[in-house]
Design a protein around this ligand. Structure first.
Ligand SMILES: [Zn+2]
Length: 409
């Protein structure tokens, strides 16, 4: 009885303290709002694709460089457009991930300008309370989420070392408790035959386009037997040069996706058999290569996701459950090692589609601005709760990972 009473007094004290600190943090977001939105708009207006985000990375660093006591370093893991800014030396290490890469053709159609502004805003809001919270706050500039798995390289290079909790918010059409991405990988195939004049000496040729065509047909047929959640999609990147030349070389690029890595390996095997089958039938050679950096599925941390939901409701957002399975993110790899959250912050229009010009426009509009500032509030709110609430704090300090669970309902 005594213990229970003591516990509830402690709880109340923790809640009061968290609320006080959140109002300070939200005050900082308020004061910094104009510059955070200017940052978001500037990034949106100057889209830079993965590993070329020279300006975006510099603007983010500039936004946090004047924080008293901040330690910064640029160019981690061999990526000039990555950076780290860290404040405090406290026990609990909270890593905020900022993405800022764009997509070819559709600019910031994935709204990474919002991710960047929200992460910077949360860092600025949390920085003054690092000591009081016995925490270390780390802002990681994580380039090339769309194309090169920047977070995976940073993970391998030790940039996440010591992390107890990794967080980011990603814009989406509506508010959702978490993204639910596929594991994914990229596979490239180059077919080699022999060029020949298509009219004078076609029999001298070995047609590399035949190999690719047969491979595409085999892949199309194989799709019917793929397990639920397995996907293959791709494109021809070299189909030969001229109609009067039997193509000597061709190439295609595919993405494979699945609900987890084991399933992903099965799809890869299937795809590679189709590619080899095409080469064999056409008498060609095939060279198959895949990226070393497969994206993992996301291990959803339920307790932290609950914290996010509580905070989201308190700022007037009402996220639905976990999103439908789709897309991929290098945050998946981080979530397999450190407790992580990757919620989707809504732009208030269920009809929006990620990776489109319309989404880029919305992410730079009033709803995008609201999402960026709320994102900063929510990330700082979750960090404060995780630091102050002894149950959450102890769990994170002990580095207990939640059980992996199926997220397909
Ligand atoms: Zn994205």
């Amino acid at each position: 009885m005594r213990a229970m009473m003591k516990c509830s007094v402690e709880d109340e004290e923790q809640m009061r303290r968290a609320a006080e600190l959140k109002s300070l943090a939200y005050g900082t977001v308020e004061r910094e709002a104009a510059s955070l939105l200017a940052l978001s708009h500037r990034i949106s207006d100057h889209p830079e694709i993965g590993l070329q985000e020279v300006h975006a990375a510099a603007w983010l660093l500039e936004a946090v460089r004047t924080v008293p006591g901040v330690r910064t370093e640029a160019g981690l893991a061999g990526m000039p457009t990555s950076f780290v800014a860290e404040i405090g030396t406290g026990e609990l290490v909270v890593t905020l991930c900022a993405e800022y890469d764009a997509l070819p053709g559709v600019g910031h159609g994935c709204g990474h300008n919002i991710i960047a502004a929200a992460a910077v805003g949360a860092f600025l809001a949390l920085a003054p309370m690092a000591e009081a919270l016995d925490a270390t706050f780390r802002l990681l500039g994580t380039p090339a989420e769309e194309n090169e798995g920047g977070k995976i390289r940073l993970l391998q290079a030790g940039a996440f070392e010591g992390t107890h909790l990794a967080m980011m918010v990603h814009p989406g059409p509506i508010d959702e408790a978490s993204m639910n991405p596929y594991a994914s990988a990229v596979v490239e195939a180059r077919f080699t035959g022999r060029e020949a004049h298509a009219s004078l000496a076609p029999h001298e040729g070995v047609n590399a386009l035949d190999a690719l065509t047969i491979a595409l047909t085999a892949i199309g047929l194989a799709r019917q037997q793929l397990a639920p959640g397995q996907q293959i999609h791709g494109t021809v990147v070299d189909g030969g040069g001229a109609p009067n030349i039997i193509p000597g070389t061709t190439a295609g690029l595919w993405m494979i996706r699945a609900t987890d890595l084991t399933s992903l390996h099965e799809v890869r095997e299937r795809l590679e058999n189709c590619l080899r089958g095409g080469a064999l039938a056409a008498g060609c050679e095939v060279y198959i290569s895949h990226d070393e950096l497969a994206y993992h599925d996301l291990r959803i941390d339920r307790p932290l996701t609950e914290l996010y939901l509580d905070n989201a409701r308190s700022v007037g957002r009402n996220p639905s459950g976990v999103a439908a399975r789709g897309g991929s993110t290098d945050m998946g790899n981080i979530s397999q090692v450190f407790p992580s959250i990757h919620p989707m912050i809504g732009l208030g229009d269920a009809g929006l589609v990620l990776h489109t010009r319309e989404f880029a426009k919305a992410a730079r509009g009033p709803e995008g601005d609201r999402a960026a500032l709320d994102g900063a509030r929510l990330l700082s709110g979750v960090a404060i709760d995780a630091c102050v609430d002894s149950v959450h704090r102890n769990r994170l300090i002990s580095r207990a990972m939640p059980d992996p669970e199926s997220t397909d309902e």
